[in-house]
Design a protein around this ligand. Structure first.
Ligand code: NAD
Ligand code: WQD
Length: 334
């Protein structure tokens, strides 16, 4: 398949691009480098051994997008391009609504005009808010969003459902849990700008001595060791879920379908720190601090639907992800 990958120079998009090539697809990347760097494209080429088709554009440029869809005979779109920093979305909500929603609307408009009807969309477990029960299944009630970033994901899901009803669009919404790790080559991974908000980049930067110590946000949750529990999914497994979603869309499945993409298992912050130290033989100084505002205690996926209907399940372990994250961190400093 010829697949347009928006945000293909980003963390998840770049690694998905390498998996697309491995699976025999032809990716075409668009990105505006608002949260990525050009060397990523060279590294994708190093890994795949293929020359990449790439366009530096903003996905809100509908005319250019339309032209790219037509020229490249695109069969399906994977739409990653969006802003993703929860805290920044609270401080600058309009920036998030503009990019994440105008971006999606532009992609859908271009697809409609070019006659492309299959899309895989990056949603997030954030749509579930603080869940009533775990593991979380796809039919769990969505909670009112607690930040503009989360709101854009809920609204985007609704936009995709409406576009499907009206225009015959076929969409797979993948609700990612906590993506971590890096490509095992050490050539592709996450590029946090400034101080990381997410746990694993903070851990790797602390181990590297860039940060003095990690603060564990709360040890008084109703969890086995009191620290927050999340479903950490290796980014390579996550990337493969997109290939499964494309195959699903390419079969007779029409309309909108939604899948959790997680391992089905929760790990606590303290477990992540201990595992990171063990597999990488490094120290991670940390202290226990207060809870972070807006955080929840426990969140992990039921991964059964994805296994049953997409034929996808996570294969890599927390150990694998934390090893790969550390290799990536060390390469970043070279
Ligand atoms: P990322 O920031 O690394 O990648 C996003 C890419 O999109 C970047 O390369 C950026 O330059 C590009 N981009 C942003 N706006 C654009 C625009 N208007 N036009 C063209 N390119 C644009 O983020 P990521 O972690 O790879 O996330 C990818 C998607 O997955 C996002 O939609 C994000 O909301 C979603 N998601 C991420 C996580 C996570 O923890 N990383 C969890 C759940 C969902
Ligand atoms: C994980 C755990 C923290 C940093 C966020 C977004 C979500 C999704 C993924 C996009 C929690 C604890 C963290 C630190 C800590 N993104 N922690 N010290 O909050 O589950 O999800 O990223 O869709 O929308 O909200 O991920 O990595 O920030 O936190 O103790 O310095 O680590 O309290 O328990 P989160 P996270």
């Amino acid at each position: 398949m010829n697949v347009l990958v928006t945000g293909g120079a980003g963390f998840i998009g770049s690694i998905t691009t390498t998996e697309l090539v491995s699976a025999g697809h032809k990716p075409v990347i668009v990105d505006n480098f608002s949260n990525s760097q050009k060397f990523v494209l060279d590294n994708i080429e190093k890994i795949t051994g293929k020359k990449l088709d790439f366009y530096e554009i903003d996905v809100r440029d509908t005319d250019k997008l339309h032209e790219i869809l037509k020229t490249n005979n695109i069969d399906a779109v994977i739409h990653f391009a969006a802003y993703k920093a929860v805290g920044e979305s609270v401080d600058n909500p309009l920036k998030y609504y503009q990019n994440n929603l105008d971006g999606l609307l532009s992609v859908l408009d271009a697809m409609k005009n070019a006659g492309v009807s299959n899309i895989v969309f990056s949603s997030s477990a954030t749509v579930y808010g603080d869940p009533d029960t775990v593991p979380i299944t796809e039919n769990a009630t969505l909670k009112p969003p607690t930040n503009p970033y989360g709101a854009t994901k809920q609204m985007a899901e609704q936009i995709l459902r409406d576009a499907s009803n009206a225009h015959g669009l076929n969409a797979v919404l993948l609700r990612y849990f906590n993506p971590i790790g890096a490509h095992p080559s050490g050539l592709l991974g996450e590029l946090p700008i400034g101080t990381p908000n997410n746990l694993v980049p903070y851990v790797t930067q602390t181990a590297a001595g860039i940060r003095n110590k990690l603060t564990v946000f709360g040890d008084d949750y109703d969890t086995p060791d009191g620290s927050g529990v999340r479903d950490y999914i290796h980014v390579v497994d996550l990337a493969k879920a997109h290939i499964a979603a494309l195959d699903f869309l390419d079969s007779e499945n029409a309309g909108v379908d939604v899948f959790n993409i997680g391992t089905g298992t929760g790990s606590s912050v303290l477990e992540v720190i201990q595992t990171f130290k063990k597999v990488n033989d490094v120290t991670v100084p940390y202290e226990i601090g207060p809870r972070r505002s807006g955080d929840i205690g426990t969140c992990y996926a039921s991964a059964e639907k994805a296994q049953k209907e997409l034929g996808w399940k996570a294969e890599l372990s927390l150990e694998d992800a934390l090893k790969d994250a550390w290799t990536w961190q060390q390469n970043l400093e070279k």
